[in-house]
Structures are given as structure tokens and as C-alpha cells.
Design a protein around this ligand. Structure first.
Ligand SMILES: Cc1ncc(COP(=O)(O)O)c(C=O)c1O
Length: 399
């Protein structure tokens, strides 16, 4: 791993800027072009492997976004995609072949569960799902043809934290590649590559873009792996549009500021909820009584902007609470400057079988919050008022 000594706030803003360059545009230009002109065919051949050939292969605006994420993750290289799902599916198809096997943690984004369990078998790739924090179960699930350990941390929507040192050691011992969906973690709060994870993936739609106006994905890792993924992306064609890349570059400049604020506000929201009589349970890794507080503190700079909780009541109560909020907007997705609320069984995990959801701990009573950058007191006041929508507990009549 190379890298300069700048801190994340600096990398996010100046990631790719060439500080020696004089009289160039300070803001990244948008190379809104599908192709690049050359003077002769020799130059054409030289241009082919570069980002000045054809935008499905690469584009200078995309390169700025990619180098900035690589800097933030502390790895050799990164690649952008048309969506987070595009990044995941392309990377797995690039690194695995028919006959290979995947060990995947159970608590992963529902779209990925669907890809692994319903699509990859058509290509001859099987997946065994394991309990996210039972690492002996991970090791037991490994077969001679296992190639990939697929992880997510913190998990969506249960906010479990994976012990990255332990999973990286399992992968190393069995000669597996490891890949993590680090969308909830952000490169401000955690650096999975430092623990030996090979490929770090983000739905850039979320925190990296940060303004709920963009769909994109990024993978980052060692140059040899990223080169393979690049070749597959070129074939499958799910590259990012240069204008979207420009929006990502702009979003990245404020990533550290936004995440710091979201860390602080989400912790306050989680503390408020954990004291509330109509809340049965709160999931937030930086709450002192969270079962994974110690590992979260070890691996993460902040607990992140996501908080989940279960209401003291029914699924109906959870829905009413989500619909009663005014500042938290009822919408899927996360990671933007605006606070959002959603009901996981109806959104991120709607496509998963009910019994599998149950194993994950995703209940009907669960409400998921994406804490934005609004004033934390205002957000808490909104929650306090919305929780009045939970029906009073039914007292059991005796006799
Ligand atoms: C944790 C996580 N990973 C991946 C994705 C997929 O990303 P995208 O919607 O950008 O394809 C999502 C989307 O919600 C997500 O929450």
C-alpha cells in the first residue's frame, strides 16, 4: 500500500488535484464525451488503455473520482460504476468463474442476497450464507472450491459490526479473496484494507455522493484485482456517466464534514431512543451497551449516520411512527444530507423471504433512520412527537 500522509478530510477535497499544476481549472472539468479524438493511429493505439479512448473504458472525470476514493481507502486503485449493485455484480463476475463457491454473511443488502442466491447459481456459482458474527461457522462453510468471503459492515439494517481482523485472517488462511460492502462505514469511519480486506465496495449513491441526487458504485483495492474488474466492466458496460462522476467528486469534498456531523447526531438520536419507553431496542454500534461496542470502537472512528430501532408494539405501530415524522422523510436509501426514515421489511429487505429476514433479526417493528445534517435537537423533537403514534401498551386483564 502506497499513500501520502494527508488526513481523510484533506484526501476527500484534494484527492486527485495536482498541486504542482498551474493555471488549470481548480474544479474538475466534466469530460462529457463518449469518445476522444486522436491525430493518428499510433496515438490511437497508445490511447486505448487510457482514460482518453472511449468512455465505456474510462473517462478523465471518472478517473478523478476513482483516484480520490482510492486515496481515501488507502489502496492502489478504484473503479466507478453506474450503481452500487453494478459494482458488486461486476466485481463478483470478474473475480469468480463457474464452479466456484462463495461464503457470504447473512446480514447483507437484500439486492446482493438475491444476486447470490437467485442469479449466480445460473452461472454455476453457489453461495453458503453464514451467521454474520459466528466466525467458526464461516470457517466450517469453506469448501475446496470456495473463492470469496463476502462481507458487509456495519450491516443493513441491523448495524452489526464484523470483526475485520478475524475475517481477514480466515480469508488468508484459506486463500480466499475477501470483499466488503462498506457503504454504511464510509472511508471516514473505517478502512477495511488496513485489516487485509482485498476489495472495498461502496454504493456511492449513499454517503460518498451525499446529496440524494446520484446513483453510482465504487470498488477499490489492489491494482491486479481492479484491472480484472475493469476488463469485465468494459465488457458488461455498466460504467458511470461523466456528469454523475463530477457530482460524486463534488460530494466527496464534503464527505468528512458530513460524516462527522452525522456521527455526532446519530449517537445523540440513538441515546435518546434508548431512553424512550415506546422503544424496545436500539441498534447503534457506538451506544455503550451495544453488544459490539468494543469492536466498533476499535475499528471505527465514529458509529456512522444509521440508527435502527424496534418500537414497543406492532409492525402497524412502526409504520405509523414512520408516517408521523416530519423532518425524517419517508423514503428508501440513505447517506444524504436529509434525514430519511424507512421500514426495512417494506424497502431494503422486501425482496427477502420472511424466514430469512427473521434469521437476520429484521423484524416488522423495525424502523431505520438515516440521520442527515439537520440540527440534532430538531431531529430528536421530530422523533419524540412521532413516537406518540405508538399505541399505548395493551394491559392484560387478569381474571
Ligand atoms: C448497503 C448497500 N449496499 C448496496 C446497495 C446497492 O446500491 P445501489 O442502490 O447504488 O445500486 C445498497 C442500496 O440501498 C445498500 O444499502
Amino acid at each position: 500500500m502506497k499513500r501520502n500522509t494527508h488526513r481523510p478530510e484533506t484526501k476527500a477535497v484534494r484527492g486527485k488535484s495536482d498541486l504542482e499544476k498551474k493555471n488549470g481549472p481548480l474544479a474538475t472539468p466534466i469530460y462529457q464525451t463518449s469518445t476522444f479524438e486522436v491525430t493518428d493511429n499510433d496515438e490511437q493505439l497508445r490511447a486505448t488503455p487510457t482514460d482518453h479512448f472511449y468512455t465505456r473504458y474510462g473517462n478523465p472525470t471518472n478517473t478523478v473520482a476513482e483516484l480520490t476514493v482510492a486515496e481515501l481507502e488507502g489502496v492502489d486503485a478504484a473503479l466507478t460504476f453506474a450503481s452500487g449493485m453494478g459494482a458488486i455484480t461486476t466485481t463478483i463476475m470478474a473475480l469468480l468463474k463457474s464452479g466456484d463457491h462463495i461464503v457470504a454473511q447473512r446480514d447483507i443488502y437484500g439486492g446482493v442476497t438475491k444476486f447470490l442466491s437467485q442469479w449466480l447459481p445460473k452461472l454455476g456459482i453457489e453461495t453458503t450464507f453464514v451467521d454474520t458474527t459466528d466466525y467458526d461457522q464461516h470457517a466450517r462453510a469453506i469448501r475446496p472450491n470456495t473463492k470469496l468471503l463476502y462481507l458487509e459492515s456495519p450491516t443493513n439494517p441491523t448495524l452489526r459490526i464484523v470483526d475485520l481482523k478475524r475475517v481477514a485472517a480466515i480469508a488468508k488462511q484459506h486463500n480466499l479473496l475477501s470483499m466488503i460492502d462498506a457503504t454504511f462505514g464510509t472511508p471516514i469511519n473505517q478502512h477495511p484494507a488496513e485489516y487485509g480486506i482485498d476489495v472495498v465496495m461502496h454504493s456511492g449513491t449513499k454517503y460518498l455522493g451525499g446529496h440524494t441526487d446520484l446513483i453510482c458504485g465504487v470498488v477499490a483495492g489492489r491494482a491486479d484485482l481492479i484491472e480484472k474488474v475493469h476488463s469485465t466492466r468494459t465488457t458488461l458496460g455498466n460504467c458511470m456517466d461523466p456528469h454523475a462522476s463530477w457530482m460524486l467528486v463534488r460530494g466527496l469534498k464534503t464527505l468528512a464534514l458530513r460524516v462527522d456531523r452525522q456521527n455526532d447526531s446519530a449517537l445523540r438520536v440513538a441515546e435518546f431512543l434508548s431512553q424512550h419507553a415506546k422503544v424496545q431496542r436500539v441498534h447503534y454500534p457506538f451506544l455503550k451497551n451495544d453488544p459490539q461496542y468494543a469492536i466498533a470502537r476499535e475499528q471505527m472512528r465514529g458509529g456512522g449516520g444509521m440508527v435502527s430501532f424496534e418500537v414497543e408494539g406492532t409492525g402497524e405501530d412502526a409504520r405509523r411512527v414512520s408516517e408521523s415524522m416530519r423532518l425524517f422523510t419517508l423514503a428508501p436509501s440513505l447517506g444524504g444530507v436529509e434525514s430519511l426514515v424507512s421500514i426495512p421489511v417494506l424497502t431494503s429487505h422486501a425482496m427477502i423471504e420472511a424466514d430469512q429476514r427473521k434469521k437476520m433479526g429484521v423484524t416488522e417493528q423495525m424502523v431505520r433512520l438515516s440521520v442527515g445534517i439537520e440540527n440534532a435537537d430538531d431531529l430528536i423533537a421530530d422523533l419524540e412527537r412521532a413516537l406518540e403514534a405508538v399505541a399505548a401498551p395493551q394491559h392484560v386483564r387478569v381474571g
